[in-house]
Design a protein around this ligand. Structure first.
Ligand SMILES: *Cc1c(COP(=O)(O)O)cnc(C)c1O
Length: 397
């Protein structure tokens, strides 16, 4: 059994804050500051360029990829770190499309994160007028899978509502119609057990600054199923994905397996932070994370619904159908969230009317939930949100 009091002690959370926004930016693991400082002073400062060899910087992307693999049900040697999630989405889509050359359609759903859809649009535009992104309602993906679809691109957990897709069933259907499946794990990795290999996923991508706590700008990851690893051709064919980067050959040859999905110089300082953040996961069982996160979510839903009938639940109640966040709708959602943040309950707002609250037992417990519920009840009862300063939108919501 995972000791969540012990994991909680490994985070540095500000006094007086109940942090329910780890689904957007995970908090600071205590060990990260020292690890990054060491990377700066001892590695960069003292080793200078020899750090690429001496400190193992060049291997960091695949070494850390293997640690992520354990958390997302991927085989060793199938995950590599680098770039941002949007870039990894592009890479996975481009490789997948090329592997189904007779088809031209990317299928996704309207609950997907806009950047994924934008990247798909941009890719289609550069491939030519025959290529198209088809977007259907989340509940219509299964029916929309037909023999015109080359690639199904789905984010497992909806960033707004927390609704969760059935990875295994959708992937099986995609394969039945001859399509490949690209899964975005932005709100799954570190939030719930993911079975990329067992679920048959062809490609997987995700970020690390949400539930994996790597800090702002932490690198993303990409997974390629072993059966495709030597066949997938990288569209972003950078030198570090080359078979022999230091041969400086005039033209590109893909590197071995997942290494080919590297692009350019890895973000060593961010990887150092991520490495420290991953140490928190060493004694953690994903099944424990899931069990407790659902219990925290249930407790929060029950508390908020009992105290604030005007907040309408946007997240499915069924455990199978949700991720690790709980969302409520209210027309004044933005102002309400600003008032909550002023009172120490940090969640976030997603247009047009969603208040999002992320739960993870790594550093949130049931007392936090009860306190958060009490504060939300007070903000709603006394309409504390109804003030002009809470209604001016900041650049980041
Ligand atoms: C958070 C998130 C992103 C963000 O992409 P970046 O390139 O890391 O900014 C993309 N897609 C999904 C589904 C997300 O949840």
């Amino acid at each position: 059994m995972t000791d969540f009091a012990e994991t909680r002690a490994q985070f540095d959370l500000p006094e007086g804050v109940i942090y329910l926004d780890g689904n957007s930016l995970g908090p600071l693991p205590r060990a990260a500051a020292a690890r990054v400082a060491r990377c700066v002073t001892e590695e960069w400062g003292q080793m200078l360029i020899t750090g690429w060899n001496k400190a193992g910087w060049m291997e960091q992307p695949s070494r850390i990829g293997d640690r992520i693999a354990r958390l997302i049900g991927a085989e060793p040697g199938t995950v590599v770190m680098g770039d941002t999630l949007s870039i990894k989405v592009y890479q996975a889509l481009a490789s997948a499309l090329e592997m189904v050359p007779e088809r031209r359609v990317i299928l996704s759903d309207s609950g997907n994160f806009p950047s994924d859809l934008y990247m798909a649009e941009g890719l289609c535009r550069s491939l030519g007028p025959d290529y198209a992104l088809r977007v259907v309602a989340p509940e219509e993906v299964m029916e929309a899978l037909d023999d015109s679809v080359a690639v199904m691109m789905i984010t497992e957990v909806d960033y707004r509502t927390g609704r969760r897709h059935d990875m295994k069933a959708l992937t099986a259907r995609a394969h039945e119609v001859g399509a490949l499946a690209v899964w975005d794990l932005a709100h799954s990795a570190g939030a719930l057990p993911v079975e990329l290999a067992a679920g048959g996923a062809d490609f997987g991508v995700g970020c690390t600054y949400k539930y994996l706590n790597s800090g702002p700008g932490g690198p993303a990851f990409i997974y390629v199923a072993p059966r495709h690893a030597e066949r997938a051709r990288p569209a972003l064919s950078g030198w570090l994905g080359h078979e022999a980067p230091f041969a400086f050959e005039p033209s590109y040859r893909p590197g071995r397996g997942i290494e080919r999905m590297r692009v350019g110089t890895p973000p060593i300082l961010q990887l150092a932070a991520l490495e420290a953040a991953l140490n928190v996961w060493d004694g953690v069982e994903m099944a424990d994370i899931r069990r407790v996160s659902l219990a925290l979510g249930d407790r929060f839903i029950a508390g908020v619904e009992a105290a604030c009938p005007e907040l309408v639940l946007a997240t499915p109640r069924a455990h199978d159908e949700r991720g690790s966040q709980v969302s409520f709708r209210h027309p004044e959602g933005y102002a309400i969230m600003q008032a909550l943040i002023a009172e120490g309950v940090v969640g976030d707002f997603r247009a047009p009317d969603i208040l999002r609250f992320g739960f993870t037992p790594l550093y949130i417990n049931s007392e936090d939930v009860d306190m958060a519920v009490a504060i939300i009840a007070e903000v709603m009862r006394d309409a504390l949100w109804d003030r002009p300063e809470f209604k001016t939108r900041a650049r980041v919501t």
